[in-house]
Ligand binder design. Structure first.
Ligand SMILES: Cc1cc2nc3c(=O)[nH]c(=O)nc-3n(C[C@H](O)[C@H](O)[C@H](O)COP(=O)(O)OP(=O)(O)OC[C@H]3O[C@@H](n4cnc5c(N)ncnc54)[C@H](O)[C@@H]3O)c2cc1C
Length: 398
């Protein structure tokens, strides 16, 4: 182990991946997390092949195999008739095409796998109940101060503190987020509670005129993850942990197919989140501080890539620090050079997909085939996905 040391603020998926990637390169890490317990929201995550490529390179293949679902396909369904189309194949087809699988995971399971890997390499690397409230830096040292009055210093500090990042706000004049007019719902359902025909290892997107529903299996297929987005402007709180009611959720999807109603009825507690957009930032670093993940490029959930971008960032920032530890300007300028264009493209693409996610033509039954053929059929799939899934963060020349 060298004496090089990096502090990571935030123990979400991005921060933990960064800690693991740094430790794997022999760089000492301390990670500070504001919560008193290390845990993730009870929700699912789709990790495309570009994300599993990084997680496997960090040694997580076996840990993920214990909890993952490798879905066989993604399907599309019509919001009212339930008509079903195969959208694209996943499973082994996807492994053959992209080299690593497309996985569906419970966030808590991925979080636990990352935490175990970090603490195996360095017990005590993660310090809880440490809320960063202020930062400062001199020529060769960066400092973080916590709410409890303590402070720590290191040559480098990475802000992985999420969408409401304190470090981003301290380094840059924070732009005001813009409300999209959409509210997302999330919930988990024990698979056994669902009718048998819904208990399948596929991801299903229900397309409708003013909303969409996505459900997919997680945790070895024991749970079904439910996400929906609806056009609504009466809820503008951007928080992942505020509960709504089943009645409110059902009301947002009234008139949708009986299978959607079964899913909604089976969710214990549905949570709601107002979707906001922020313009991509020109720069993420100042001196000895940089940012990663949602702290610098929060992304709408219409591409399923926000966490995967944080995972890719984490791998690259560790590689840049490893190569240029003595030179902060070079380390972070190379990191941004590699990552800014790609993450901005993902942010923009996710915003464009928002327009496609709500399909006004689906209000008319006769227009269904045309709408599906134009925007969703297979010919478009490789255009939409190859640039995302073929990216190999582990092979980039630093
Ligand atoms: C509805 C929805 C569905 C999604 N589905 C997908 C998907 O399928 N696939 C995908 O790749 N992405 C998905 N995303 C995006 C993904 O959830 C985020 O991009 C990802 O969680 C960002 O990770 P992060 O580590 O950057 O931030 P976070 O997960 O937000 O972690 C930040 C951490 O920092 C801590 N923290 C915050 N402030 C402080 C502070 N001041 N001091 C100390 N600690 C602090 C927090 O407690 C937290 O632990 C989805 C998002 C939404 C809203």
């Amino acid at each position: 182990m060298t004496t090089d040391r990096v502090i990571v603020i935030g123990g979400g998926i991005g921060g933990l991946t960064a800690a693991l990637a740094l430790l794997k390169r022999g760089i000492d890490v301390e990670l500070y997390e504001q919560s008193s317990q290390l845990k993730e929201a009870g929700a699912g995550l789709q990790i495309g092949s570009n994300g599993t490529r990084v997680l496997y390179a960090l040694g997580l293949e076996c840990a993920l195999a214990e909890v993952q679902v490798m879905p066989v396909a993604r399907e599309l369904r019509h919001w009212s008739t339930g008509e079903t189309w195969n959208w694209f194949d996943l499973g082994e087809t996807s492994v053959k095409r992209f080299g690593t699988p497309y996985l569906m995971l419970h966030r808590g399971d991925l979080h636990a796998a990352l935490t175990n890997a970090v603490t195996t390499l360095k017990p005590g690397a993660i310090v809880l109940s440490k809320k960063c409230v202020a930062i400062s830096q001199t020529g060769d040292t960066a400092e973080v101060r916590f709410e409890d009055g303590t402070a720590v210093t290191a040559p480098y500090i990475i802000g992985a503190d999420g969408i409401h990042s304190t470090i981003r706000a301290a380094l840059f004049a924070p732009g005001k987020p813009e409300f999209t007019g959409c509210v997302a719902w999330r919930g988990l359902i024990p698979m056994q509670q669902l009718p048998e025909h819904l208990r399948r290892l596929v991801g299903t997107s229900w397309l409708g005129p003013h909303g969409f529903v996505l459900h997919y299996p997680v945790r070895r297929g024991e749970l079904m993850n439910f996400i929906s987005v609806v056009e609504r402007d009466d809820w503008q709180v951007e928080s992942w942990v505020i509960a709504g009611t089943t009645r409110e959720l059902a009301n947002d999807f009234s008139g949708w197919h009986a299978d959607v109603q079964s899913l909604i009825e089976s969710i214990d507690t549905p949570y709601k989140w107002a979707l906001m957009v922020r313009a991509p930032m020109d720069s993420w670093s100042r001196g000895r501080f940089t940012l990663l993940g949602d702290a610098c490029h929060p992304t709408l959930p219409f591409l399923g890539q926000g966490a995967v971008m944080a995972i890719e960032d984490a791998y690259i920032v560790a590689a840049c620090l490893n190569k240029y530890f003595a030179n902060p300007v070079k380390a972070f300028s190379r990191y941004e050079e590699i990552r800014c264009d790609r993450t901005s493209a993902v942010v923009r693409k996710a915003q464009e997909n928002r327009a496609m996610a709500f399909e006004p033509r689906l209000a008319e039954k006769d227009a269904v085939a045309e709408a599906i053929a134009l925007d969703w059929m297979k010919v478009r799939v490789s255009e939409r996905l190859d640039w995302l899934y073929n990216y190999d963060a582990t092979a980039i020349e630093i």
